[in-house]
Design a protein around this ligand. Structure first.
Ligand SMILES: [Zn+2]
Length: 369
Protein backbone atom coordinates (compact mmCIF):
# COMPACT_ATOMS: atom_id res chain seq x y z
CA UNK A 1 0.00 0.00 0.00
CA UNK A 2 1.21 3.48 -0.88
CA UNK A 3 2.10 5.94 1.89
CA UNK A 4 -0.19 8.92 2.49
CA UNK A 5 1.01 12.29 1.15
CA UNK A 6 1.99 14.51 4.09
CA UNK A 7 1.30 18.20 3.49
CA UNK A 8 1.04 20.99 6.09
CA UNK A 9 0.06 18.59 8.86
CA UNK A 10 -2.53 16.79 6.73
CA UNK A 11 -2.24 13.16 5.57
CA UNK A 12 -3.84 12.64 2.18
CA UNK A 13 -4.53 8.91 1.78
CA UNK A 14 -3.83 7.12 -1.54
CA UNK A 15 -6.77 7.32 -3.92
CA UNK A 16 -8.19 10.44 -2.24
CA UNK A 17 -8.00 14.18 -2.71
CA UNK A 18 -7.95 17.12 -0.33
CA UNK A 19 -7.86 20.92 -0.40
CA UNK A 20 -5.26 22.09 2.10
CA UNK A 21 -4.67 25.76 3.01
CA UNK A 22 -1.07 26.95 2.85
CA UNK A 23 -0.59 29.92 5.19
CA UNK A 24 1.28 33.00 3.95
CA UNK A 25 0.83 35.08 7.11
CA UNK A 26 -1.70 37.73 8.12
CA UNK A 27 -3.20 40.49 5.98
CA UNK A 28 -3.28 44.12 7.22
CA UNK A 29 -6.59 43.48 9.02
CA UNK A 30 -5.19 40.46 10.84
CA UNK A 31 -6.98 37.85 8.74
CA UNK A 32 -4.99 34.78 7.79
CA UNK A 33 -3.83 34.82 4.16
CA UNK A 34 -3.94 31.34 2.70
CA UNK A 35 -3.20 29.74 -0.66
CA UNK A 36 -5.40 26.65 -1.13
CA UNK A 37 -3.59 23.65 -2.61
CA UNK A 38 -5.55 20.81 -4.22
CA UNK A 39 -3.82 17.50 -3.62
CA UNK A 40 -4.83 14.45 -5.64
CA UNK A 41 -2.88 11.52 -4.25
CA UNK A 42 -3.15 8.61 -6.67
CA UNK A 43 -3.71 5.06 -5.58
CA UNK A 44 -0.59 3.93 -7.40
CA UNK A 45 2.96 5.25 -7.53
CA UNK A 46 3.98 7.76 -10.16
CA UNK A 47 5.49 11.23 -10.56
CA UNK A 48 4.54 14.38 -8.64
CA UNK A 49 3.33 17.15 -10.98
CA UNK A 50 2.62 20.69 -9.79
CA UNK A 51 0.26 23.01 -11.68
CA UNK A 52 0.27 26.73 -10.79
CA UNK A 53 -1.95 29.58 -11.93
CA UNK A 54 -2.45 33.34 -11.30
CA UNK A 55 1.07 34.12 -10.20
CA UNK A 56 -0.04 37.24 -12.08
CA UNK A 57 -3.38 38.08 -10.47
CA UNK A 58 -5.23 39.22 -13.61
CA UNK A 59 -4.28 36.18 -15.76
CA UNK A 60 -7.39 34.15 -15.06
CA UNK A 61 -7.60 31.50 -17.81
CA UNK A 62 -5.54 29.14 -15.63
CA UNK A 63 -8.15 29.20 -12.86
CA UNK A 64 -10.84 27.90 -15.17
CA UNK A 65 -8.44 25.50 -16.95
CA UNK A 66 -7.88 23.87 -13.55
CA UNK A 67 -11.61 23.93 -12.77
CA UNK A 68 -12.40 22.14 -16.04
CA UNK A 69 -9.56 19.69 -15.49
CA UNK A 70 -10.77 18.68 -12.04
CA UNK A 71 -14.53 18.94 -12.47
CA UNK A 72 -15.35 18.64 -16.18
CA UNK A 73 -17.81 20.73 -18.17
CA UNK A 74 -20.39 21.04 -15.41
CA UNK A 75 -17.63 22.53 -13.19
CA UNK A 76 -19.03 20.60 -10.20
CA UNK A 77 -16.95 18.17 -8.13
CA UNK A 78 -17.75 14.48 -7.83
CA UNK A 79 -19.80 14.18 -11.04
CA UNK A 80 -19.36 11.72 -13.89
CA UNK A 81 -17.61 14.17 -16.23
CA UNK A 82 -14.68 14.94 -13.88
CA UNK A 83 -11.56 14.51 -16.03
CA UNK A 84 -9.03 13.57 -13.34
CA UNK A 85 -9.76 11.53 -10.22
CA UNK A 86 -7.39 10.43 -7.47
CA UNK A 87 -8.62 6.85 -7.62
CA UNK A 88 -7.51 6.51 -11.28
CA UNK A 89 -4.29 8.50 -10.89
CA UNK A 90 -0.73 7.19 -10.76
CA UNK A 91 1.40 9.64 -8.81
CA UNK A 92 0.35 12.89 -7.18
CA UNK A 93 -1.01 16.20 -8.45
CA UNK A 94 -0.36 19.40 -6.51
CA UNK A 95 -2.60 22.11 -7.97
CA UNK A 96 -2.57 25.77 -6.98
CA UNK A 97 -5.35 27.59 -8.87
CA UNK A 98 -4.72 30.90 -7.07
CA UNK A 99 -1.05 31.51 -6.26
CA UNK A 100 -1.48 35.21 -5.60
CA UNK A 101 -4.87 35.67 -3.86
CA UNK A 102 -4.58 39.38 -3.07
CA UNK A 103 -3.58 40.20 -6.66
CA UNK A 104 -6.62 38.24 -7.91
CA UNK A 105 -8.94 40.22 -5.64
CA UNK A 106 -7.32 43.48 -6.76
CA UNK A 107 -7.54 42.28 -10.42
CA UNK A 108 -3.91 43.24 -11.00
CA UNK A 109 -0.82 41.60 -12.45
CA UNK A 110 1.34 42.61 -9.49
CA UNK A 111 1.18 41.52 -5.87
CA UNK A 112 -0.38 43.75 -3.22
CA UNK A 113 3.11 45.12 -2.39
CA UNK A 114 3.51 46.31 -6.01
CA UNK A 115 6.03 43.63 -6.98
CA UNK A 116 5.92 41.15 -9.83
CA UNK A 117 5.71 37.79 -8.02
CA UNK A 118 7.15 36.08 -11.09
CA UNK A 119 10.46 37.88 -10.58
CA UNK A 120 10.73 36.93 -6.88
CA UNK A 121 11.49 33.18 -7.01
CA UNK A 122 12.88 31.28 -5.17
CA UNK A 123 11.96 33.94 -2.62
CA UNK A 124 13.09 34.34 0.96
CA UNK A 125 11.44 33.90 4.36
CA UNK A 126 13.01 37.21 5.43
CA UNK A 127 12.34 39.23 2.25
CA UNK A 128 9.48 41.37 0.96
CA UNK A 129 5.85 40.22 1.12
CA UNK A 130 6.13 38.90 -2.46
CA UNK A 131 9.44 37.18 -1.68
CA UNK A 132 7.77 35.41 1.24
CA UNK A 133 4.84 34.23 -0.92
CA UNK A 134 7.37 33.00 -3.51
CA UNK A 135 9.40 31.22 -0.82
CA UNK A 136 6.34 29.48 0.65
CA UNK A 137 5.05 28.36 -2.77
CA UNK A 138 8.46 27.22 -3.89
CA UNK A 139 9.62 25.38 -0.78
CA UNK A 140 6.35 23.83 0.33
CA UNK A 141 4.79 22.99 -3.04
CA UNK A 142 6.96 23.24 -6.16
CA UNK A 143 10.05 21.59 -4.64
CA UNK A 144 7.97 18.54 -3.70
CA UNK A 145 7.38 17.75 -7.38
CA UNK A 146 9.52 16.64 -10.32
CA UNK A 147 7.41 18.40 -12.97
CA UNK A 148 5.78 21.84 -13.20
CA UNK A 149 3.21 23.45 -15.49
CA UNK A 150 2.77 27.20 -14.88
CA UNK A 151 -0.34 28.77 -16.46
CA UNK A 152 -0.25 32.35 -17.77
CA UNK A 153 -1.89 34.69 -20.28
CA UNK A 154 -0.67 37.82 -22.04
CA UNK A 155 -0.86 40.96 -19.89
CA UNK A 156 -3.83 43.31 -20.24
CA UNK A 157 -4.07 45.02 -23.67
CA UNK A 158 -2.32 42.12 -25.42
CA UNK A 159 -3.24 38.55 -26.35
CA UNK A 160 -1.20 35.40 -26.93
CA UNK A 161 -1.98 32.59 -29.34
CA UNK A 162 -1.76 29.52 -27.08
CA UNK A 163 1.85 28.35 -26.94
CA UNK A 164 4.26 26.66 -24.55
CA UNK A 165 7.49 28.25 -23.36
CA UNK A 166 10.25 25.99 -22.16
CA UNK A 167 14.01 25.72 -21.91
CA UNK A 168 14.39 23.35 -24.85
CA UNK A 169 18.09 22.90 -24.12
CA UNK A 170 16.86 20.67 -21.28
CA UNK A 171 15.62 17.45 -22.79
CA UNK A 172 13.02 16.66 -20.14
CA UNK A 173 11.47 20.13 -20.32
CA UNK A 174 11.49 19.86 -24.12
CA UNK A 175 9.74 16.48 -24.00
CA UNK A 176 7.13 17.90 -21.63
CA UNK A 177 6.62 20.88 -23.96
CA UNK A 178 6.16 18.57 -26.95
CA UNK A 179 3.75 16.36 -25.03
CA UNK A 180 1.55 19.34 -24.07
CA UNK A 181 0.82 19.70 -27.76
CA UNK A 182 0.54 23.38 -28.72
CA UNK A 183 1.62 23.86 -32.34
CA UNK A 184 4.24 26.41 -31.31
CA UNK A 185 6.79 25.87 -28.55
CA UNK A 186 8.98 28.91 -27.86
CA UNK A 187 12.42 28.10 -26.52
CA UNK A 188 13.35 30.52 -23.74
CA UNK A 189 15.10 30.17 -20.41
CA UNK A 190 12.68 32.67 -18.86
CA UNK A 191 13.34 35.88 -16.92
CA UNK A 192 15.54 35.93 -13.82
CA UNK A 193 13.41 35.25 -10.72
CA UNK A 194 10.60 33.59 -12.67
CA UNK A 195 9.14 30.40 -11.26
CA UNK A 196 9.83 28.41 -14.43
CA UNK A 197 13.50 29.42 -14.73
CA UNK A 198 14.16 28.90 -11.03
CA UNK A 199 12.46 25.48 -10.96
CA UNK A 200 14.20 24.37 -14.18
CA UNK A 201 17.54 25.44 -12.67
CA UNK A 202 16.92 23.11 -9.73
CA UNK A 203 16.13 20.12 -11.94
CA UNK A 204 12.32 20.37 -11.95
CA UNK A 205 11.14 19.83 -15.52
CA UNK A 206 9.06 22.92 -16.17
CA UNK A 207 6.92 24.41 -18.91
CA UNK A 208 4.77 27.52 -19.08
CA UNK A 209 1.53 27.96 -20.99
CA UNK A 210 0.77 31.38 -22.51
CA UNK A 211 -2.83 31.44 -23.70
CA UNK A 212 -5.16 34.35 -24.32
CA UNK A 213 -5.36 37.59 -22.44
CA UNK A 214 -5.81 38.97 -18.92
CA UNK A 215 -9.16 39.52 -17.16
CA UNK A 216 -11.14 37.25 -19.51
CA UNK A 217 -12.18 33.59 -19.64
CA UNK A 218 -11.63 32.44 -23.25
CA UNK A 219 -13.04 29.11 -24.40
CA UNK A 220 -10.36 28.41 -27.03
CA UNK A 221 -7.47 29.10 -24.65
CA UNK A 222 -9.15 27.11 -21.89
CA UNK A 223 -9.63 24.08 -24.14
CA UNK A 224 -5.96 24.16 -25.20
CA UNK A 225 -4.92 24.34 -21.54
CA UNK A 226 -7.12 21.45 -20.40
CA UNK A 227 -6.19 19.27 -23.37
CA UNK A 228 -2.49 20.07 -22.93
CA UNK A 229 -2.47 19.12 -19.25
CA UNK A 230 -4.33 15.88 -20.08
CA UNK A 231 -1.69 15.19 -22.76
CA UNK A 232 1.09 15.70 -20.19
CA UNK A 233 -0.64 13.44 -17.64
CA UNK A 234 -0.89 10.71 -20.29
CA UNK A 235 2.74 11.31 -21.39
CA UNK A 236 3.95 10.92 -17.79
CA UNK A 237 1.88 7.76 -17.34
CA UNK A 238 -0.28 9.37 -14.63
CA UNK A 239 -3.57 8.60 -16.42
CA UNK A 240 -4.59 6.37 -19.33
CA UNK A 241 -5.64 7.82 -22.67
CA UNK A 242 -4.36 8.91 -26.05
CA UNK A 243 -2.36 12.08 -26.52
CA UNK A 244 -4.08 14.49 -28.90
CA UNK A 245 -1.38 15.92 -31.15
CA UNK A 246 -1.65 19.12 -33.17
CA UNK A 247 -1.62 18.98 -36.97
CA UNK A 248 1.86 20.47 -36.92
CA UNK A 249 4.29 21.41 -34.25
CA UNK A 250 7.33 23.62 -34.26
CA UNK A 251 9.97 24.51 -31.69
CA UNK A 252 10.96 28.12 -32.34
CA UNK A 253 14.21 29.48 -31.00
CA UNK A 254 13.96 33.07 -32.21
CA UNK A 255 11.15 35.56 -31.69
CA UNK A 256 11.01 39.33 -31.85
CA UNK A 257 8.64 42.07 -30.75
CA UNK A 258 7.70 44.55 -33.46
CA UNK A 259 7.15 47.97 -31.92
CA UNK A 260 5.05 50.91 -33.03
CA UNK A 261 7.09 53.56 -34.86
CA UNK A 262 4.69 56.30 -33.65
CA UNK A 263 1.76 57.05 -31.38
CA UNK A 264 -1.78 56.71 -32.66
CA UNK A 265 -4.63 54.26 -33.02
CA UNK A 266 -3.74 50.65 -33.76
CA UNK A 267 -5.72 48.62 -36.32
CA UNK A 268 -4.39 45.05 -36.37
CA UNK A 269 -4.33 43.49 -39.86
CA UNK A 270 -3.76 39.94 -38.58
CA UNK A 271 -4.99 37.74 -35.74
CA UNK A 272 -2.90 36.05 -33.05
CA UNK A 273 -1.57 32.73 -34.33
CA UNK A 274 -1.46 33.87 -37.97
CA UNK A 275 1.52 33.17 -40.23
CA UNK A 276 2.96 36.36 -41.73
CA UNK A 277 5.51 36.91 -44.46
CA UNK A 278 8.42 39.33 -44.24
CA UNK A 279 7.17 42.74 -45.40
CA UNK A 280 3.48 41.92 -44.81
CA UNK A 281 1.38 44.58 -43.04
CA UNK A 282 0.65 43.40 -39.51
CA UNK A 283 -1.17 46.57 -38.39
CA UNK A 284 -1.97 50.14 -39.36
CA UNK A 285 -1.41 53.15 -37.14
CA UNK A 286 -3.75 56.06 -37.76
CA UNK A 287 -4.12 59.50 -36.30
CA UNK A 288 -7.73 59.87 -35.15
CA UNK A 289 -7.65 63.63 -35.77
CA UNK A 290 -6.18 63.57 -39.30
CA UNK A 291 -5.99 61.37 -42.38
CA UNK A 292 -2.54 60.03 -41.44
CA UNK A 293 -2.08 56.28 -41.68
CA UNK A 294 1.03 54.15 -41.63
CA UNK A 295 1.40 50.39 -42.14
CA UNK A 296 3.63 48.43 -39.77
CA UNK A 297 5.40 45.74 -41.78
CA UNK A 298 6.69 42.50 -40.35
CA UNK A 299 10.52 42.51 -40.37
CA UNK A 300 10.57 38.71 -40.65
CA UNK A 301 8.49 35.69 -41.58
CA UNK A 302 6.86 33.79 -38.79
CA UNK A 303 3.84 33.18 -36.61
CA UNK A 304 2.41 36.10 -34.60
CA UNK A 305 2.31 34.48 -31.16
CA UNK A 306 1.51 37.76 -29.38
CA UNK A 307 -0.57 40.74 -30.49
CA UNK A 308 -1.56 44.12 -29.02
CA UNK A 309 -5.33 44.49 -28.60
CA UNK A 310 -5.65 48.03 -27.29
CA UNK A 311 -6.26 50.70 -29.95
CA UNK A 312 -4.19 53.35 -28.21
CA UNK A 313 -0.45 53.01 -28.77
CA UNK A 314 2.57 55.12 -28.04
CA UNK A 315 5.83 55.15 -29.95
CA UNK A 316 7.74 52.01 -28.96
CA UNK A 317 4.73 50.06 -27.69
CA UNK A 318 4.79 46.35 -28.59
CA UNK A 319 2.49 45.51 -31.51
CA UNK A 320 3.22 41.89 -32.41
CA UNK A 321 5.56 39.15 -31.20
CA UNK A 322 6.71 37.22 -34.26
CA UNK A 323 8.09 33.71 -33.76
CA UNK A 324 10.57 33.21 -36.60
CA UNK A 325 9.66 30.59 -39.21
CA UNK A 326 12.00 30.88 -42.17
CA UNK A 327 11.61 27.73 -44.25
CA UNK A 328 9.15 27.96 -47.15
CA UNK A 329 8.35 24.26 -46.78
CA UNK A 330 7.30 24.85 -43.19
CA UNK A 331 5.10 27.75 -44.33
CA UNK A 332 3.30 25.43 -46.71
CA UNK A 333 2.61 22.94 -43.94
CA UNK A 334 1.32 25.66 -41.63
CA UNK A 335 -0.91 27.13 -44.35
CA UNK A 336 -2.30 23.69 -45.12
CA UNK A 337 -3.46 23.34 -41.49
CA UNK A 338 -3.93 26.65 -39.64
CA UNK A 339 -3.87 26.34 -35.85
CA UNK A 340 -6.87 24.21 -34.93
CA UNK A 341 -9.13 25.42 -32.18
CA UNK A 342 -9.82 22.66 -29.71
CA UNK A 343 -13.03 22.85 -27.74
CA UNK A 344 -13.74 21.73 -24.22
CA UNK A 345 -16.15 19.16 -25.65
CA UNK A 346 -13.21 17.55 -27.52
CA UNK A 347 -11.14 17.10 -24.38
CA UNK A 348 -13.17 14.32 -22.79
CA UNK A 349 -12.70 12.28 -25.96
CA UNK A 350 -8.99 12.06 -25.17
CA UNK A 351 -9.87 9.45 -22.59
CA UNK A 352 -11.76 7.44 -25.17
CA UNK A 353 -10.79 6.71 -28.68
CA UNK A 354 -8.52 9.01 -30.63
CA UNK A 355 -5.99 7.38 -32.86
CA UNK A 356 -2.49 8.31 -31.81
CA UNK A 357 -1.15 10.10 -34.89
CA UNK A 358 2.26 9.17 -36.14
CA UNK A 359 5.03 11.68 -35.66
CA UNK A 360 4.98 12.29 -39.41
CA UNK A 361 2.45 15.07 -38.96
CA UNK A 362 4.78 17.15 -36.90
CA UNK A 363 7.51 19.36 -38.24
CA UNK A 364 9.14 19.41 -34.91
CA UNK A 365 12.29 21.23 -33.96
CA UNK A 366 13.28 21.88 -37.55
CA UNK A 367 16.47 23.95 -37.42
CA UNK A 368 15.78 27.44 -38.81
CA UNK A 369 17.90 29.49 -41.27
ZN1 LIG B 1 1.93 35.91 -16.47
Amino acid sequence: MREPFHFEGVDVEPGTQARVPLSIGLDPLGRELVIPVHILHGKKDGPILTITSTIHGDELNGVTIIRHLLYGRDLKPETSDDLVRAENLRGTLLIVPVCNPEAVILDTRRSSDGRDLNRCFPGSPHGTHSARIAHTLFERVVMRGSFLIDLHTAPARRTNAPHIRANCDRNDSKELARAFGTPIVLHSIGPEGSLRRTATGLGIHSILLEAGTANVFEQGAIAVGVQGIMNVLIHLGMIDGNIRKPEWRLIVRKSRWVRSPRGGMLHPAIVAGELVEKGQAIAYITNPLSGDAEAILSPMSGVAVGLATSPIVREGDPVANIASVMKKKTHQKIRAAPMTEWTIRDVAETLEDISDDEDGYCIDDAPED
